[in-house]
Ligand binder design. Structure first.
Ligand code: ZN
Length: 466
């Protein structure tokens, strides 16, 4: 993974290796022959050492040396490759104690255990295939329909000028749009991506988190209702690698990130192009997408969005709060551009279209390290995040009540548990009463505020932020 794709070893990649077939392996060798050849001497040395060790009667000392060679060669080579991949900018930052087990090659054992757990979950998920949400479109519509759910990364509510309070103009494009509501009091249900995403795309909640392994995701009701379904995901995110969360989607498109000067620049702009092409090809379309977004350390923007100066990207990897905030706000300008570009694409005459965006969690910009989710007493900025709904003119004509309800609930206390139901409601899809929860859809007149909970990083304990 490090050598070919320049990325970490993840459970999904180990899983793909276990589940591969001769045809896939053949394609792999055909496209990567040059790189694979580099590994052949290493493999021969390792096999040779293994043979010597097991067949020849060597002294204990020679056996120890052979064992050492077999361990050092592959690990040494991978470390060498990894340092090259990061352009020799590897610093202690990559080796802080809680991360070392998650860096290749050291993570192979850790991730193998994770893979084992993932396989167990998948086996459990196999049974969910029989579950039918009983999803039905409530209105007979002859026009083209496009619905998109976009999940942001580490975007907090406070720094968006769309909220009418932040002094800097960080979201000028979204502010210029009509037919848009920013829900002002929306909380994410976890401050860590790995716990937040499953709760956004399934019916799982902090007090019933296991439900995300027992039922299929938001894709399923759309599939049942006859939509073409796509997941378009920026690489390294949780929805990539065919996890159980994207199971059942017609097509999973993983968009690669690129590394420039040792920092990640996302494929978010490529996602916009893909959405453009899918929108033109499908008449009943549902897309779920996940961005690289505003992930620390806020490097994800192009030079024309490098407005707030100086910042941590042009002053070295500083942890100064002003420099970090400037970089973060530049990354929000870029998010504003990405989101408004997607809305522009689906804002076509004669198309019924709706767009929902929410961030997985917020960010403590100047916090130590990751800046979110690392402890069990999160700051408000780590869970108070934007939730945005945009609709087309045609949508408003067809569903005036839903639009009115969205506006009416702008200031309501909402959290991530409303997403599954609000997204279905946006497309006027009704679920079987066994699975439906009309009081949790922000587009419904039945919506009611209810207790908000947050799942902390142990994956079990919940706290109430109100
Ligand atoms: Zn995240």
């Amino acid at each position: 993974m490090v050598d070919l794709y320049g990325e970490y070893l993840l459970p999904g990649s180990i899983y793909s290796l276990i589940r591969t077939n001769p045809q896939e392996a053949n394609e792999f060798y055909n496209t990567n022959l040059g790189e694979v050849i580099n590994w052949i001497p290493l493999i021969i040395i390792c096999i040779g050492c293994g043979l010597i060790y097991s067949i020849l009667k060597c002294t204990r000392q020679i056996k120890s040396i052979i064992l050492l060679i077999t361990l050092i060669i592959p690990f040494g080579y991978v470390t060498y490759k990894m340092v090259g991949h990061y352009h020799h900018t590897i610093t202690l930052r990559y080796y802080v104690n809680n991360r070392i087990w998650n860096r290749p090659p050291y993570n192979s054992i850790y991730q193998s255990i994770q893979t084992y757990k993932e396989i167990q979950k998948r086996n459990a998920v196999e049974h969910t295939k029989d579950i039918d949400f009983g999803a039905k479109p409530m209105t007979d519509i002859n026009k083209k329909q496009v619905y998109i759910v976009a999940i942001g990364e580490s975007l907090r509510y406070d720094n968006l000028s769309l909220n009418g309070k932040y002094a800097r103009s960080t979201t000028p494009r979204l502010e210029a749009l009509e037919n848009l509501v920013l829900f002002d009091d929306y909380y994410s249900q976890a401050c860590l991506t790995m716990y937040s995403i499953p709760q956004l795309v399934t019916r799982a909640t902090p007090d019933n988190y296991e439900l995300n392994f027992a039922e299929r995701s938001i894709v399923e009701p759309f599939r049942e209702a006859g939509f073409s379904t796509y997941a378009v995901v920026s690489q390294t995110n949780l929805l990539s690698y065919e996890t159980y969360l994207t199971n059942g989607v017609d097509s999973l498109i993983i968009v690669p990130n690129i590394v420039k000067n040792g920092e990640i620049i996302s494929g978010d702009k490529t996602i916009v192009h893909i959405i453009d092409s899918l929108t033109h090809k499908n008449d009943r379309l549902f897309i779920i997408t996940q961005f690289y977004g505003n992930h620390s350390f806020f490097t994800n923007y192009e030079s024309e969005f490098d407005i707030y100066q100086p910042n941590s990207n042009n002053q070295g990897a500083s942890r100064d709060s002003i420099l970090l905030t400037n970089a973060y706000d530049n990354s929000i300008l870029y998010t504003d551009y990405i989101l408004s570009s997607i809305i522009d694409i689906i804002n076509m005459p004669d198309v019924i279209s709706g767009f929902m965006f929410m961030s997985d969690h917020g960010e403590d910009i100047c916090g130590d390290g990751a800046g979110h989710g690392g402890n069990c007493t999160p700051l408000k900025t780590e869970y108070h995040v934007p939730f945005i709904f945009w609709w087309s003119e045609n949508y408003a004509q067809l569903f005036p009540e839903k639009v009115a309800m969205a506006k009416a609930h702008k200031k309501a206390k909402i959290n991530g548990d409303c997403i599954f139901y609000s997204v279905c409601d946006m497309a006027d899809i009704q679920l079987d009463s066994l699975y439906n929860e009309p009081t949790w859809s922000v587009l419904s007149s039945h919506f009611k505020e209810h207790t908000r909970l947050i799942l902390v990083p142990d994956g079990v304990t919940t706290i109430s932020p109100d």
